[in-house]
Write a protein that binds this ligand. Structure first.
Ligand SMILES: *Cc1c(COP(=O)(O)O)cnc(C)c1O
Length: 379
């Protein structure tokens, strides 16, 4: 079916073509070239991340993270159930046991208060997801991780250009807290390259090994920097680096990040203002941004009381050729994992699975479209 208002429409700034033409003229198409460095420097410079490596996806960046913290058979990893499979697979691939945590009652993110109860001597890492780009309580999570000496990995796939706010008002970017963090530039995210990702290495002890794993387990990068005189196989690894064409596309987007973010935040706020009274009167949940988070407007969602109401709204919007979509299905209840789960009931995660609805949100979405969506939902 042809939608009048799709759920997502990738925004092309116009600079992508220009960058890609430049790359075609140089004839250097493989990864780790000029535009890859430009993108990595951008993140290191703007957000103060220690070291950044572009990857072919956020999933890949998380696979690198799993290798880097040496996940082994029997290690346990704590993570939310309400998330994408890519938060879980990288650890399973290396033999970890997954301990899923429920969402908060009023927010789809993992309930930080439940983490400590799942920690034991086998726990190696906490994977956190900043759902809808909204910060988790990083102050609390880092305290717990430090107390038990655990690695923290941020799945910051949705969290570009967003910040945690300390009680004194100081801000720190998401992606700068964990030992490692991963961002996504999939076409559904705020800043895109079709497919693409970034691994942030905040723990300096992991920086050199990250480059090796990124380069298929060779010390190719150290060789090019003149640090070693032969280029050899020194560790495990894989092909995690994207081509320059992807990096050129991504850099065009990064050059426009302020414009893109400003627009998305306006659109998000327009939904919020248009729906907040109605939502309050009808016992429907709209996004809550805690006082410790800024808002990067990645997702605007509604949470209904009943699955049937949610599905009815999807259908009403569809009749008007407007596409709205639900989101994750709890991982602990998935066909793949349900027999591996320890049986704890994660009721909030299941509630968001059955009753959360995401509204269209993309750069070219117009106010008149939003007015129409708001009107149909209220009816
Ligand atoms: C999009 C997303 C991913 C996967 O990103 P890819 O770049 O497609 O691999 C992982 N985790 C979360 C929370 C996401 O939203």
């Amino acid at each position: 079916m042809e939608y009048l208002i799709p759920f997502n429409k990738p925004y092309i700034t116009g600079l992508e073509n220009i960058n890609i033409s430049k790359i075609l003229n140089t004839g250097k198409l493989a990864g780790n070239g000029e535009f890859t460095k430009k993108c990595q420097n951008y993140f290191e410079g703007k957000y103060g991340f220690n070291k950044c490596l572009l990857t072919t996806s956020c999933t890949d960046a998380l696979e690198m993270a799993s290798i880097l913290i040496d996940i082994n058979v029997g290690d346990e990893v704590i993570l939310p159930s309400y998330t994408f499979v890519s938060s879980a697979n990288p650890f399973l691939l290396r033999g970890a046991k997954l301990k899923f945590i429920d969402s908060k009652s009023l927010h789809p993110s993992m309930d930080e208060e439940l983490i400590e109860s799942q920690i034991n001597e086998k726990t190696k890492a906490i994977l956190i997801v900043h759902y809808a780009g909204t910060a988790c309580n990083m102050d609390l999570i880092m305290k717990i991780a430090n107390k038990y000496n655990l690695f923290v990995i941020e799945d910051a796939a949705q969290a570009i250009d967003n910040y945690f706010i300390y009680p004194n008002g100081n801000k720190k970017p998401l992606g700068s807290f964990g030992h490692l963090a991963a961002f996504s530039f999939h076409e559904t995210k705020n800043i895109i390259s079709g497919e693409g990702g970034l691994l942030v290495i905040n723990d300096k002890k992991l920086s050199d090994r990250a480059e090796t794993i990124w380069e298929k387990g060779t010390n190719r990068n150290a060789f090019f920097k003149g640090k070693v005189d032969k280029y050899n196989w020194v560790d495990i690894g894989s092909s995690f680096l994207p081509s320059e064409l992807i990096a050129g596309f991504l850099f065009a987007q990064l050059c426009n990040i302020d414009k893109i973010q400003k627009k998305r935040i306006e659109q998000w706020q327009y939904y919020y203002n248009g729906l907040k009274k109605w939502a309050f009167d009808n016992n429907i949940l709209i996004p809550i941004i805690p006082n410790y988070s800024t808002n990067n407007a990645h997702i605007f969602y509604l949470v209904f009381q009943e699955e049937s109401t949610r599905d009815e709204v999807i259908n009403k919007l569809k009749e008007e050729k407007i596409m709205s979509v639900f989101h994750y299905l709890s991982l602990h209840n998935s066909p793949y994992f349900k027999n591996l789960h320890d049986g704890r009931i994660l009721k909030n995660s299941d509630k968001f699975s059955s009753s959360l609805l995401r509204l269209p949100l993309y750069y070219e979405l117009e106010k008149k479209h939003q007015d129409k969506i708001i009107e149909i939902i209220k009816k």
